[in-house]
Every structure is written in C-alpha cells, then in structure tokens.
Design a binder for this molecule. Structure first.
Ligand code: ASP
Ligand code: MG
Length: 402
C-alpha cells in the first residue's frame, strides 16, 4: 500500500462544488488501495479577507492573534472537505495543525516547522481513515497557534510527506503544472513534464508563485517525490519535481519575473577593505535579505556599491544605508523601486558558454537596458526597468525557443 499526500490550494476548494470535486479525487486515490493524507488551504481569498477583517479592528494587531485568526481559514476547508468525504461514504477525519503534530518555532506569522509528531497521523491511517490536515499552521512550544507564512500549506504537505515517508506528494493547484514562464505573460508558454528541485527552487524564489519555496527546499532535503498538477483537470499529468531530469535539448527550463525588487546604491564609498563587510553585516543584522550585489571598480579612491532588496524591506534598507553613509563616509544613497528582476533558470547552463550572451542578445535586440547582472550555476538574473519586464520575458522566452 502506498501513502500519498495530496495538497489542495485555495482555488481548488473555493466553493462547495470544488470541495466535492476534491473529495472525489481523494476517494478515487483511496479506492485504488492507497492511504491518503490531504492537506488543505483556506478557501479562495479567505486568508486575505481575514487580514482585511483584522485591519478593520486594529492597525497593529499582535502577531499571536493574527495567527489565531488566520489559522481559522484552513479549519473551515478541512471540516467541509471531511464532510464531503463522509457523504461519499468513506472513513475520514480532519485534524488541525496541532492535532496533526506540527511543532514550529515560536515566531508568529512566518514560523518554521521544527518537527512533526506523527503518532496521531499514523493512528488514523492505521484505522484506515482518510486524514485531512489544515495546512499553514502548527503550534509552538508555548502551545500557541503559529502560521507558516503566506503560501505555507505547500510546506505543510511536503513536511508531512517527509515525516511520514510518503511515496509521493501531489500538489493540486489551479494550473496544470510548472510552466516555462507565466502563461499570462507569454501565452505560448508550455508545461514542463519535469524539473529538478534546484531549478524549481530558483524559479520559486524568482517570482514563479506555483510552489512555496520552503516546500521545495524541504522536498529536496528529504527527497520527497513531488508532483504539481491541476485539481480541475485532475486526469492530466502535471510536472514532476525531482533530483535529476532527462537531458533535454534545451538547458533553460524557464523564465521568471519578479517585480518586488528595489535597487539601492551607496555612492562614492571609500575604497578600502572592510567596507562591504560593514554594509552587509548591518543589513543582515536587521534581517534584510540582500539579493543581487554589484560593486563598481574603484576610481579616485571611491567606488559605488549597489544591491537589491525586496520592496517590502525598502524603507528599512534605506534607513540603514543612510545611517551607514555617515559612518563610512559615503556621498549619497539612491534607490529605484521601478525595477524588475528577470531570470532564466536551468541546470547545467554554467558549462554552456553561450547562454548568458543569448539572454543579453534578446534584451539588446529589444532595446532593454540591463542595470545589474548576477549569475549562479543554474540561474542568470538581470535587473531592468519594470515597464519593460514583460517584453523582456517574451523576448527571452522566444530567443531560447522554450
Ligand atoms: N491560506 C494561506 C495563504 O493564503 C496558506 C496557503 O494558502 O498556502 O497564504
Ligand atoms: Mg500557494
């Protein structure tokens, strides 16, 4: 008997009809002789609606109470889905995060999972129950409810699959897999049959929202077999995420776009050792995630240092940079939040010299100026003007003939 973990996102359980459809997918899987644990997200826009409700009451609700509130969304889905399965005549039980044994760090709103006590889950499976688990939540060591960060139900599902040594983890969503790029930007983007964990991780962190990046990290760490597939067209195979893929003709798997980027530049920084350390350690101490870094060649005893942060951290990053400016004796701090990061991702591109040139050619032909570049073994990212980002994604997607 195989154990299959299935995760259903918000759109997949958005209304009664969808919930019934999901119940059918789960019971079909169970009917084939599998044990099933299903993890659910809150219905449709419920989480956003709950956040809006909180804002009506207070502009600074405590994180603890926010977590209590947000965790209710998943609790609605899990009970409704269990009822739909009961109605089909199958043994089923729904469990909240804490009932399912999710222990997290104590930080609220973005807690990391520390451990899953699998006893209860195992007991329910032993009783032949289909188990429905509320995603996105757990409890901390003070027995307080925590949530795992927006989109965290994917991570709940993968964590259960890892802890229970499931044979497979299927992520059901409103698209039928992972695409070469966002089909809303490039209509002829196509679905990938498979992608490696590393490629998926890069795509997930570069703005492709199909999977929570922590879920991919965890799947890689514990070698969880993942498949992203559609809950609507549930008979269509999705995209498998795994360690290695068949070598295909194209090295590039996809193009991603991220608009949540701000570039900050510290101008005319004195050109001596230890300055970069001062800047980036101050940012790190303030929990600011720096992405691309660029330092100009020194001239006349000074150099410019630029870096990107997510726009949500712009204010903090600017404040710290201003403080640093006087400490290190730089001339000024500038920023631009009207930029996008466009990235191409694919394993093995480092060993193929022409890839970066091809990407830059696509941009050059379209008169798109590059202000920063960063490369890794499986990714090349460029920073460009935000208004040109969609054009850039199209140009690159076509250039690589994806
Ligand atoms: N309901 C949560 C959210 O909207 C978690 C999730 O859907 O994965 O972020
Ligand atoms: Mg999601």
């Amino acid at each position: 008997m195989n154990l299959i973990v299935q995760k259903f996102g918000g759109t997949s359980v958005a209304n009664a009809e969808r919930v019934r459809h999901v119940a059918q997918i789960i019971t079909d899987t169970y009917e084939k002789g599998n044990a099933v644990i299903a993890v659910v997200s809150a219905q449709g826009d419920t989480t956003d609606d709950l956040i809006a409700k909180a804002a009506e009451i207070s502009d600074k609700p405590s994180s603890r109470e926010m977590d209590v509130l947000l965790s209710t969304g998943e609790q609605i889905s899990m009970s409704l889905l269990a009822m739909a399965i009961e109605k089909l005549g199958y043994p089923v039980i729904s469990l909240t995060g804490w009932q399912a044994g999710f222990l997290t760090e104590s930080t609220h709103k973005n807690a990391r999972i520390k451990k899953i006590n699998t006893e209860r889950l195992q007991n329910e499976l032993d009783k032949k129950n289909i188990v429905i688990v509320a995603g996105f939540q757990g409890i901390n060591r003070y027995d307080d409810i925590t949530t795992l960060g927006r989109g965290g139900s994917d991570t709940s599902a993968v964590a259960i699959a890892a802890a229970m040594k499931a044979d497979k983890c299927e992520i059901y969503t409103d698209v039928d897999g992972v695409y070469t790029t966002d089909p809303r930007i490039v209509p002829h983007a196509h679905k990938l049959d498979e992608i490696t964990y590393d490629e998926m991780l890069e795509l997930a962190t570069c703005g492709a929202t199909v999977l929570h990046n922590r879920s991919v990290e965890m799947a890689k760490k514990y070698s969880v077999k993942l498949e992203v597939r559609s809950s609507i067209h549930s008979d269509v195979p999705g995209t498998e995420v795994k360690e290695v893929c068949k070598v295909e003709k194209m090295l590039i798997k996809g193009v991603a776009m991220d608009n949540d980027v701000t570039r900050i530049s510290i101008i005319e920084v004195p050109d001596h050792p230890g300055i970069a350390f001062k800047i980036f350690s101050a940012l790190a101490a303030n929990k600011i995630n720096v992405d691309i870094i660029l330092q100009s060649v020194g001239r006349a005893g000074t150099k410019d240092i630029s870096f990107t942060v997510s726009t949500s951290q712009k204010e903090d990053a600017l404040r710290i940079s201003e403080e640093l400016k006087s400490v290190i004796g730089a001339k000024e701090v500038t920023f631009n939040d009207n930029v996008s990061k466009v990235s191409i991702v694919g394993a093995g591109m480092l060993s193929n010299p022409g890839v970066a040139a091809m990407m830059f050619e696509a941009l050059g032909e379209n008169n798109i100026n590059i202000s920063m570049i960063s490369t890794s073994e499986i990714k090349i990212s460029v920073l460009i003007e935000q208004d040109l980002a969609k054009k850039a994604v199209n140009a690159i997607h076509d250039k690589f003939d994806l």
